[in-house]
Design a protein around this ligand. Structure first.
Ligand code: UT7
Length: 336
């Protein structure tokens, strides 16, 4: 049995915000943002919601896979910016799609969310509990961004990307001899470093509380980040977890056709390529146009590659990312 991605979709807000637009808000410049991050513009919600973007991306992934909403067994929404705590976004998406049979729930692993959802779907399908899953990373981070903090507000964008994942009983062998499907997965978390990228929810406050936690000035209800610490974590952890995923599959870097990485910073991606001694032309990027959309970056890029004909049957692809938590993950798969 193999488990493969058989459809992708994505949805972005219509409104594009350029670096010059950002420079009218905070003390920054197009030159600084491009040089330090590689970002030129990002899509920012003018009212589009996490649930609506997710449902649109999911609808496209189903259409791409040639599957109806009624056939979906499981819906996983990876998000750290839902509109509602209750009900979960996945239940909203299930309702919007009319996916009556599907079990639906959210998970939050920040920017690694899509990879964690893929891993979770894999585990459910592998055990035989479900035959398929619709997984989506969807974010409207513009709600959580402090628009007066130039060190974070220039980085993020809004959007959603989805994939339909299913069991294939056929032993699908491609013309290059590779077997279609997911070959390995690695994921990890380091909670001791979590506060380098944080955003606060409500604190304990009820009529029976004996002590109210002291306000920690380092935690805000907007995204707060120690950019350099996150940068160091990413440039160390991403290459090592990609290497671990390759080792698990018994592969070497040269056998990979494309590295679809979390789109946070072009310098991080270049550093990962260098550490792996991999050709940078194998690392497609779209962050120049859409910025960092957290859990949505990997599936949006995957969908763009899929729809532009850059993914071929038999291509071996690495998906890898990192994010708040801190979390990280990598997966190797053969496209089919
Ligand atoms: O999905 C995970 C999310 N997070 C990340 O991936 C973030 C990883 N980190 C990074 O990408 C980089 O650390 C940043 C892009 C966030 C920052 O780049 P950096 O090269 O690490 O810059 P820095 O924080 O060392 O700041 C350098 C200077 C500082 O000024 P001084 O102290 O040298 O005078 C900052 O105040 O740049 C200043 N600065 C800015 N200047 C113009 C910070 N943000 C801006 C800005 N425009 N937007």
């Amino acid at each position: 049995m193999a488990i493969k991605i058989s459809g992708t979709g994505s949805a972005l807000p219509k409104q594009s915000i350029t670096n010059d637009d950002m420079a009218r808000l905070v003390e920054t410049s197009d030159e600084w943002i491009r040089q330090r991050t590689g970002i030129a513009q990002r899509r920012i919600s003018a009212g589009e919601t996490v649930a609506a973007l997710a449902a649109k991306a999911c609808g496209m992934a189903l259409e791409n896979a040639g599957v109806s909403a009624q056939e979906v067994d499981l819906i996983l929404v990876a998000t750290c910016s839902p509109e509602l705590l209750l009900p979960c976004c996945a239940c909203q998406v299930q309702g919007l799609l009319g996916a009556k049979r599907a079990v639906a729930f959210d998970l939050n692993a920040a920017c690694s969310g899509f990879l964690f959802a893929l891993n979770t779907a894999y585990a459910y399908i592998e055990t035989g509990m479900y035959r398929n899953a619709l997984i989506v990373g969807s974010e409207v981070l513009s709600k959580l961004v402090d628009w007066s903090d130039r060190s974070t507000c220039v980085l993020f964008g809004d959007g959603a990307g989805a994939a339909f994942v299913e069991k294939t009983n056929d032993n699908e062998v491609c013309s290059n001899g590779r077997h279609v499907g997911i070959e390995s997965m690695v994921q990890g978390s380091d909670g001791t470093k979590g506060m380098v990228l944080s955003c606060k929810e409500r604190t304990v406050s009820n009529p029976f509380a004996v002590s109210v936690p002291e306000e920690d000035e380092d935690i805000s209800s907007y995204i707060k980040m120690d950019g350099q610490e996150v940068y160091k974590f990413a440039t160390r952890q991403v290459p090592s977890c990609i290497q671990a995923a390759l080792d698990q599959a018994g592969l070497c870097v040269e056998e990979i056709d494309l590295f679809v990485l979390h789109q946070a910073n072009v310098r991080i991606i270049e550093s990962v390529a260098k550490r792996l001694k991999a050709d940078i032309s194998k690392f497609p990027m779209n962050l120049e146009r859409v910025g960092n959309m957290s859990s949505a970056t990997i599936p949006v890029l995957l969908d763009e590659l899929n729809r532009s004909g850059r993914l071929h049957r038999g291509d071996r692809i690495v998906l890898s990312g990192f994010g708040a938590g801190l979390t990280y993950g990598a997966s190797v798969l053969v496209w089919g």
